[in-house]
Design a binder for this molecule. Sequence first.
Ligand SMILES: [Zn+2]
Length: 263
Amino acid sequence: MKKATSIPVLMYHHVSDHKGALVTMTPENFESQIAYLASDGYKTLSLEEFLAFKKGELELPKKSVLLTFDDGWIDNYLVAYKVLKKYGVKATIFVVTDWVERSSEDKRPNDDIYIPNHTEGKKLAYEEPASAVMNWDDLNEMIESGLISVDSHSNAHDNEPLGLDEWRDDLAFSKQLLKSRLGIELKHLCWPRGKYTDELIDLAKSLGFEALYTTKRGVNLADSDASEIKRISTKDKDAKWLKRVLWLYSSPTFGGLYARFKQ
Ligand SMILES: [Zn+2]
């Protein structure tokens, strides 16, 4: 087996028909990318597998990739999950726990609802979360399928910058909520808006988070440092785009150079 020296982590947000909307991929392009991963023999990872690789405890085949979704939008469950199930592809969802908690208070009338675009969703997430964000039942169902890992994207995804004490409360509460609602011991945190500092990294680690996900491009080596996981922002393009990107970022040398060049 050819072994992976570096694992690309892909970042998705929305999969919906709002073509051209911010951070949104059409279902057609998403299916093209997922079908490619499945047919080309990629091993799609759970969060646990990815962390074990980072720590140098697990060897993975060269064709390995981690798929991540930020925010926990309703289209992840209604659209993307159906495609992932069809191809048996694994992915991770980083949820904003307060949005999920409040979304779970109102029952969604049915699954045939209007799917908001990113701009609408960001407003609804605070005002009417059941119509924009997944609920605990959705997440539990996806976890039980064995395909989906769930972890934290903070509790509140605050619009205002927070002080260290506020961050401590936010992260501790997010951890507690995911433990009580899903029975998960949190280890992974994806920073809202990709913003963090060295103090915040230390704080998150002191609260038991082992792997911290950024929006910085780059390669992820088995170097036992999981405090700044690099991710690749996906584009609303078909499998040809993904193939090129995966080739680039699974090579530590090329990927590292390319990431520096693009920033
Ligand atoms: Zn976010």
